[in-house]
Ligand binder design. Structure first.
Ligand code: PGA
Length: 282
């Protein structure tokens, strides 16, 4: 509860003009759909159209500025979906990965410049599947973060411990290393553009989500690391979202925690009705 209390303290003690400033800069809730390696062109178009339709008939009632909706399809769909999203510009687009270099002889890879020209504004960096299956290290991810930001894109940086690490009681340490090595090279102005996704690996695709208490405990810890490294304003303004078997049934409870600012959704983002319900839970 510490940072939550600090937030309240700020609201109580700051002069009125500062209070307005704080409110304007309050972090946004983010709901991002990570489609992973799913959806052909035709299937992707259909899913986006269904999501748009549902959001039209059942719109998010509060200001769109207080919630960021992001779709992260495979590279092959970025440009097509970017064109479809002109109709609903409040929905943002993310790539699932990028290369750490700007261009060159890297057969099969995709650069941030290509991603940007395809219409995306975010890039997911350091998803556990990239860390595990493609041996991505924190040092490499730090380079990717840099290239994303220097090209005017925004990173969604993933962190989270494996089951053995949770059982061994070293989960805070694991996440601390991932955050400090992947992100803490950034100056505060750059860091404040990052969305952090806490995704315990044991919860991803398993149907076993972290409990709201486990999620809140880690999110609060991550925020305290940010406060220690930067300051309380940067910590308060950083969106920290939860991922790992988050679905239409458990989203509201997970997101109701003071430090859980939305979710990175895998499986449930492939079903329009579920994804839209999760958006409404944030
Ligand atoms: P999941 O995946 O929601 O299917 O568990 C989340 C993610 O990997 O981003």
């Amino acid at each position: 509860m510490r940072l939550f209390l600090i937030k309240l303290k700020k609201i109580i003690f700051l002069p009125t003009n500062k209070l307005i400033y704080q409110q304007n800069n309050m972090r946004t809730n983010v709901v991002a759909g990570n489609w992973k390696m799913n959806k052909t062109i035709e299937e992707g178009i259909q899913l986006v159209k269904e999501i748009q339709q549902l959001l039209k008939t059942y719109p998010v009632t509060r200001s769109m500025e207080s919630i960021k909706i992001i779709l992260s399809p495979p590279f092959t769909l970025l440009k097509i979906i970017s064109d479809l999203l002109k109709e609903t510009p409040f929905i943002n687009l993310a790539a699932q990965n990028c290369h750490s270099e700007e261009k060159g002889a890297f057969t099969g890879e995709i650069s941030v410049g290509m991603i940007k020209s395809a219409g995306a504004s975010y890039v997911i960096i350091g998803h556990s599947e990239r860390r595990t299956y493609f041996n991505e290290t924190d040092a490499l991810l730090a380079k990717k973060i840099k290239v994303v930001l220097s090209n005017g894109l925004l990173p969604i940086y993933c962190c989270g411990e494996k089951l053995q690490e949770r059982n061994a009681g070293v989960y805070f340490e694991v996440v601390k290393n991932q955050i400090s090595e992947g992100l803490f090279h950034l100056p505060p102005g750059e860091f404040s553009k990052v969305v952090i996704a806490y995704e315990p690996v044991w919860a991803i695709g398993t149907g076993l989500n972290a409990t709201p208490e486990q999620a809140e405990e880690m999110h609060m810890y991550i925020r305290s690391l940010i406060e220690e490294k930067y300051d309380i304003d940067v910590a308060t303004d950083t969106s920290i979202i939860y991922g790992g078997s988050c679905n239409a049934k458990n989203a509201r409870e997970l997101f109701s925690n003071p430090d859980v600012d939305g979710g990175l959704i895998g499986g449930a983002s492939l079903i329009a009705g579920d994804f839209v319900q999760i958006i409404h839970s944030a």
